[in-house]
Design a protein around this ligand. Structure first.
Ligand SMILES: NC(=O)c1ccc[n+]([C@@H]2O[C@H](COP(=O)([O-])OP(=O)(O)OC[C@H]3O[C@@H](n4cnc5c(N)ncnc54)[C@H](OP(=O)(O)O)[C@@H]3O)[C@@H](O)[C@H]2O)c1
Length: 261
């Protein structure tokens, strides 16, 4: 009991007195710190946050590797980005729930210098059920896609970025991960996993030149009419969420965009 308290208090002390990375007087330009290539997962849907990141990053002259399970939509997004922003875009159609997905991504990305990883993909079943009513296969699929794949990507590209001495990782978690949420408990738990892993990695990276941000949006306008019944004052648009996130990376551990900001 006493040992546990001491360990806890020490951890809080270390957190509060964390050494800061020695900042250079001028931060390198965004495209130098996070380029020349960024990976964005879950980037196929036109209304989605992933495609919002892709648009924003292309506008800042980063080339893109877009990953999603939706092949046709992914190809369409890539074509739009190439035409509008004149950047290079690779697509990798992948089921990130497969435990062995990484080599297929590496086959494309290993030839490129990846300066930014945006882990944004998410699997939620159409019908969200209470925890015990959801079948175990669905719980396990959610863990594979939303927890295991996040770990695999952060581990692989985090190591690569430390070795190349620049880069950044953005984890798109959710405010649903801040506490237990009955009736969407599996989603909430997956988001809590992403958040805690990301915040912990932020601390462990503090003396490197690799930045880490956990983004925790609230309700964001990505689902068309499905969100029509919600009070619209609660809804955020994709572009401001993405703009805030890219402004926060390298500055904060985590960021919670709010409507009207
Ligand atoms: N929208 C919100 O209100 C909100 C709020 C807080 C946090 N977030 C988070 O923001 C992120 C993006 O959300 P969004 O609303 O923009 O959702 P979205 O457009 O549905 O983006 C998720 C993408 O991931 C894809 N995906 C699902 N399973 C996959 C798999 N096994 N392998 C590869 N790709 C897979 C989805 O394809 P399918 O469509 O085929 O599943 C979809 O294209 C998510 O992490 C979400 O939890 C969203």
């Amino acid at each position: 009991m006493i040992a546990g308290t001491v360990v806890g208090a020490t951890a809080v002390y270390l957190w509060q007195h964390k050494p800061k990375r020695v900042e250079t007087a001028v931060r390198p330009p965004f495209s130098q710190q996070y380029g020349p290539w960024a990976i964005v997962t879950g980037a196929a849907r036109k209304e989605g946050i992933g495609y919002g990141f892709a648009r924003h990053l292309a506008g800042r002259h980063l080339n893109l590797v877009l990953v999603d399970v939706l092949e046709e939509e992914l190809a369409a997004r890539a074509a739009e980005l190439r035409q509008k922003y004149h950047v290079k875009v690779e697509t990798v159609t992948l089921d990130l729930g497969k435990p062995d997905f990484l080599p297929a991504l590496q086959a494309v990305a290993d030839k490129l210098e990846i300066g930014l990883l945006v882990c944004n993909h998410m699997f939620t079943p159409k019908e969200t059920l209470p925890i015990l009513q959801m079948d175990l296969d669905t719980h396990h699929a959610m863990l594979d896609i939303n927890a295991r794949a996040y770990t695999t990507l952060m581990h692989g590209y985090g190591r690569q970025m430390v070795a190349q001495n620049h880069g950044g990782i953005i984890i798109v978690s959710s405010q649903a991960g801040l506490r237990g949420t009955p009736y969407t408990g599996a989603y909430s738990a997956n988001k809590a996993f992403q958040m805690v892993l990301g915040e912990s990695l932020w601390y462990e990276l503090r003396n490197t030149n690799v930045d880490m941000l956990v983004l925790a949006p609230g309700l964001t306008n990505t689902q068309g009419d499905a969100l029509a019944d919600y009070p619209q004052i609660m809804l955020m648009e994709v572009d401001p969420v993405v703009t805030e996130a890219t402004g926060w990376v390298g500055q904060k551990t985590s960021g919670h965009p709010r409507p009207g900001q």
